[in-house]
Write a protein that binds this ligand. Structure first.
Ligand code: FAD
Length: 174
């Protein structure tokens, strides 16, 4: 049997998603501040061929992102946009495709009955206010895949972390 190549590392992460991206950004920042002569060797394995494979989108207040990247310029992140305006729409269901509770169906009927007096456009009623927990003003609209890719590039450029795509981890030996 051929001998396996071994490599020492101080921190090894399995999988590069938003959680690991946040963790590694904090570690990279801390090791840059420590300015040690012997920085830790940090490796992150990702099974996907590309760290930007995610297709989901997210609207976030971005407090953690801004804390991790104090000099953040959203224009640097592909497909990212700042939240400048927000409104909440109650979507009606003109063809009955969604499974709604009795209460919501009753609400739909009531709204339709008053449709000429209400701000309804394209089967959506604009609510007069945005509940506090939904406020994202000043936050960011992101493609998770593009964001991961950007975070990965920042980490690799810092020299503090190596990210290895296309390397699925099947077992760990400590
Ligand atoms: C179908 C779907 C749609 C979603 N849509 C949205 C949305 O629109 N908006 C939103 O905010 N959230 C959405 N989410 C949730 C969001 O994707 C997760 O909350 C977020 O990705 C979690 O981040 P994470 O870093 O914890 O894990 P993940 O993003 O899952 O990252 C884990 C990483 O580890 C890698 N990995 C796993 N096992 C191994 C291994 N053995 N070896 C190497 N690598 C490995 C995976 O490939 C993955 O890249 C969606 C989730 C799903 C499943």
């Amino acid at each position: 049997m051929s001998e396996r190549l071994a490599m020492d590392a101080d921190i090894v992460c399995v999988g590069f998603g938003p959680a690991t991206g946040g963790f590694l950004s904090t570690v990279a920042h801390a090791s840059a501040c420590a300015s040690s002569a012997c920085p830790p060797n940090i490796i992150c394995y990702e099974r996907a061929d590309d760290i930007g494979f995610g297709v989901s989108g997210v609207v976030t207040r971005a407090r953690g992102i801004r804390a991790s990247f104090p000099d953040l310029n959203p224009a640097d992140i592909p497909m990212a946009a700042e939240v400048r305006q927000e409104k909440v729409l109650y979507l009606l269901d003109p063809i009955g495709a969604s499974r709604r509770s009795l209460a919501l169906r009753a609400a739909d009927k009531l709204i339709r009955a008053f449709r000429f007096a209400l701000p309804i456009e394209n089967h959506a009623l604009e609510l007069p206010y945005t509940p506090e927990f939904l406020h994202k003003q000043g936050g960011l609209v992101l493609s998770i895949g593009q964001f991961n890719q950007w975070v990965g590039q920042q980490l690799m450029a810092s020299g503090a972390v190596q990210i290895w795509p296309a390397t699925p981890v099947v077992a760990a030996a400590v």
